[in-house]
Every structure is written in C-alpha cells, then in structure tokens.
Design a protein around this ligand. Structure first.
Ligand SMILES: [Zn+2]
Length: 224
C-alpha cells in the first residue's frame, strides 16, 4: 500500500458562502444568483455581487488613501513569499497584541519580503457573533513591524483594528499609509505546522479597486 503524500497546498481561505460569512458592518452582502442555467440556456453562468473586502481578502493602500496604490498596481512579488507565522492563540477576546509582549521576540526574523502572519485562532468563530470580538493589533506595534522592513501583514480576524476602539483605524492607516498590504479573514493557519512555509495572497486585478478577495494558500518549501 502506498503511503499518502503530505498535503502539498494548504488552503488559507474561507469559502465564499452567502449563508456562512461574516461581513464587516455596513459592507455589501455577498450574493450569487443564476444568470443563465443549464436547464434554460444550455449552460450555467452566475451573477456574483460582493464588496471588495469580502471573505479572505487583501487591502490595497487606496482602501484608506484615495490617491495611493490600487489593487491592480500591487506587485505580485510582494504577495508571494516566505511566511513568518506568530502563534497568538493565547490571546483572549478583544485583547490587544503588543510589540513588547507578543512580537518583539520574533523581530530578528522580520525583514523585507517576509509575509508576517498573526495567528490568533479566531477563524474558528467565522460567521458567529464572537468573530467580532477578535484580538487586535496595537497601532505602535504596527509601526514597529514596518521598521523591520515587513510590508505585508496578515490576520485571521475581521480587521487588525478593534471595531469602534479608541485607536480607530490606526493600524490600517499606519500599514496602508506606508504602502503596505493587509490581509484579513485568513483561515486554517493551524495546518501550517512548523516553519518554512511560503504563502500566496494574490488578488484579482480589478482596475482602480481598493481591495480584492484572494484564494490565499501556503505550501511547505520543498513540497511543491
Ligand atoms: Zn479589508
């Protein structure tokens, strides 16, 4: 009997399911409606409607800064790279992630080209009220991350900022304001065991848009 090969590609995305999704308050709903059907037309085509920040997605700098880089202008080079995954599963609801306590011990591994992933484990609450109570990143910590040369930071939560928190959209403003990229609503990070993973966060090239859903995935270096 042949032994099963290790899973080569780990899907880091939530499925885009209109019946099982958390949408940021005020953002458009996700809908999928038949436009043509096999029964009527001989083929099936679906009309999809969604916000640019639906499901697992990335934010372009123009999400907060109107005249800055749009999603179609973000170089793919910056969105495929080695992952540094920091385990923050010990964090509780609405708890702040700080530089000194949580991130500084890993600062020697942060550098330009590394995709930093803050793994809180919150993706298990996807599509439940608790998903809104995620641990969030301190604005000062975001500044420290950028000082290391890291430009892409991913989260398995709705946002790096606390909704209606005192720092507002501070982390978004710091990262996107420096030309960096934020990935939100990542999933399945527990499947990236150990180290040496590459990650892809490639978006659709939607001209002039402020973000795009991504089919995020990771793979162990040497496995693919
Ligand atoms: Zn977003």
């Amino acid at each position: 009997m042949s032994k099963a090969l290790p899973k080569a590609i780990v899907d880091l995305s939530h499925p885009l399911d209109p019946h099982n999704i958390t949408i940021y308050p005020g953002d458009p709903a996700l809908t999928c409606c038949p436009s043509s059907t096999v029964e009527k037309d001989g083929y099936s085509v679906t009309s999809i409607s969604l916000g640019s920040h639906s499901g697992t997605h990335i934010d372009a700098p123009s999400h907060f800064f109107a005249s800055s880089q749009t999603i179609d202008k973000v170089p793919l080079d910056s969105l495929v790279g080695p992952a540094l995954i920091i385990d923050l599963n010990r964090k509780s609801a609405n708890e702040k992630i700080t530089w000194e306590q949580d991130l500084a011990p890993f600062s020697d591994k942060m550098k330009k080209g590394v995709i930093l992933i803050l793994w809180t484990g919150w993706s298990k609450y996807w599509a439940t009220p608790r998903y809104f109570e995620y641990p969030y990143l301190d604005k000062g910590a975001a500044e420290k991350i950028l000082e290391t040369g890291v430009t892409v930071v991913g989260f398995d939560t709705l946002s790096p900022d606390q909704v209606e928190g005192p720092e507002g959209y501070g982390v978004h403003e710091v990262i996107l304001g420096s030309g960096g990229i934020i990935a939100e609503n990542l999933a399945n990070l527990q499947e990236l065991e150990g180290s040496d993973y590459m990650i892809s966060l490639v978006p659709l090239s939607i001209v002039g848009c402020d973000g795009s859903p991504v089919r995020a995935f990771g793979w162990k270096v040497g496995n693919v």
